[in-house]
Every structure is written in structure tokens, then in C-alpha cells.
Write a new protein. Sequence first.
Length: 299
Amino acid sequence: MAGWDVHTHLIPPTVLAAAHRGEFGLSVDSGSLVVDGSRLPLRRLADPAALLQWIAAQDLDGAVVSVPPPLFRYDAGPEWAELVNQGLRELATPQLRVLAHLPLLDPAAPGVAAGLAGEGVFSGFAIGTASYAGLDPLWRVLDAAGAFTLIHPGASDDKRLDSFYLSNLLGNPYETGVAAASLVFADVPGRFPGIRFCLCHGGGVTAAVAGRWQRGIDQDRPGIEPVSLPVADALRRFYVDDLVHDDAVLELLNTTFGAERVLAGSDWPFPMGSDEVSTARAATAEVLTRPLATEVSAE
């Protein structure tokens, strides 16, 4: 049984070209892309052929590609998003499905999303774990498109995580939990059921604290508005990848989200990714991540 790895990364060729030209504040140094103080080793991240080799080695049909988190750059505006998306268009093949990048916090985001949804190129969208306040216009577009929407953690602002690689080991799962909570408590899964959100890294801390979230609702804690779905039902409208490195946690994901909503995701080619993909969990993603070709309005 073959299928798709929903969580892989490549640097779009247009971004590399811009870096070599010194544009958008990018540069290339000692085999790495330098972006906003982060260094991304170019080796496999800039090599689609290496990803195709991974696909073949795992006996998969293909992989779903999004950009690495340092390229989210939500303060860079629509021009940056268009540069990234042009490179993603160039990467798209029958074996590489691509998730579009959005200028998430820019007022142009709903219009950009509507245009990309109708191209027939992108299999959905990848967004970071920024503040989601005021994004209902965008959610309406993604809902109308039935868009697969991968949520990937970005950097945490907590300086306590600077030691012991905690920015990744603890910060990434926390950031994803914050994103999921923001959606659940804003009733986004209830109000926009067409969006097929997928949380990376097994949803981070989400499954472990879901009961606490429900207790907060039941006890009418400050700042919580009524929502249309109990937390357990809201979470069963999410998908998650299976990248948790722990069989006991994987069982918790099956219980919390539903086994049919736990997808194969490797985080290729990063060291914290997995060494092999479950083809059983990879099969579900074939239909979910087919390229969008839906005319929607941003109004």
C-alpha cells in the first residue's frame, strides 16, 4: 500500500536565486541559506532529486512539500509570498505536491489564497503558528476551497528555550498547541468545517491538554466564549501527522483525533524527522492532498 508523506520541506529555487542576487535580505554562505539570522543547510533542502530518492526508498507515491519555517517571514508581505509560490510552482510534479505560502498577516492574504486555490497547482496551504486573531476572511476562503492546511510551528519567543535545543524539543510542540487552542477557542473548526487543518508533529501538546481545555470551558474561565463544539469533537475535525517518536503517544493521537486522521509525515530532511514512513498512514493523504482547482471569492 503506497501513499503520500504530508510533511516534507524544500527551499524553492526562486528563493535560492534571490539569495545569490542578495535580494529580500537573503544570502548564501558556506553552503547555507542565511535568512533573518537562521542558517538552512542547502544540501538536501535544495535538492528535489534527493526527496524523490526518499520517496522511492519509502515505496511511496509522492510527498507533499512546504517551505521550511524560517521562510514564512510574515512581515515580508505579498511580494515575498509570490516569490516563494513561483518557486513552489516550479517544484510541482506528479510526485511532488506543493503547499502554497500565504502572506498570513497581510490584508491581501484572502485574495492571494483565492487566486492560488483556482490554479490547479497547489494542494493546499502551509501556515505558521502566528497569531490567528482577525483571520476570519481568510478562513472563509479556505473553507470554501476545502483546503488542506498544514500548520507548522515557527520560532518561539521564549528565551528560556535557548538552552538544550529546547526551542525545537519543547518550543515546537508548544507552538503547535497554542495554534490549535487558538482555533478551538475561536470556534474555527465549528464555523469553518471545510478547512482540513493538519497539525505537524502529532499536534504538539494538543492531545495531552485537550481535557484541560474542556475543563476551562465547563468552568466558564475568563476570556472563554461559548463554542459550538466540545473540544473532543473539535479536535476530530483536525488531521495530524504521526511524527511523535513514541508509540504510546501515537495511541493517544488515535484516540484523540481518530486513527483515520493520523497521517504519515516525516519532516524530511531535518534531523528531528523520522527514518521511515508508515505506508498505512500514508495512504489516507492521497485524496486529501490532490491539487486544488476551486474558484472561490475573497469577498
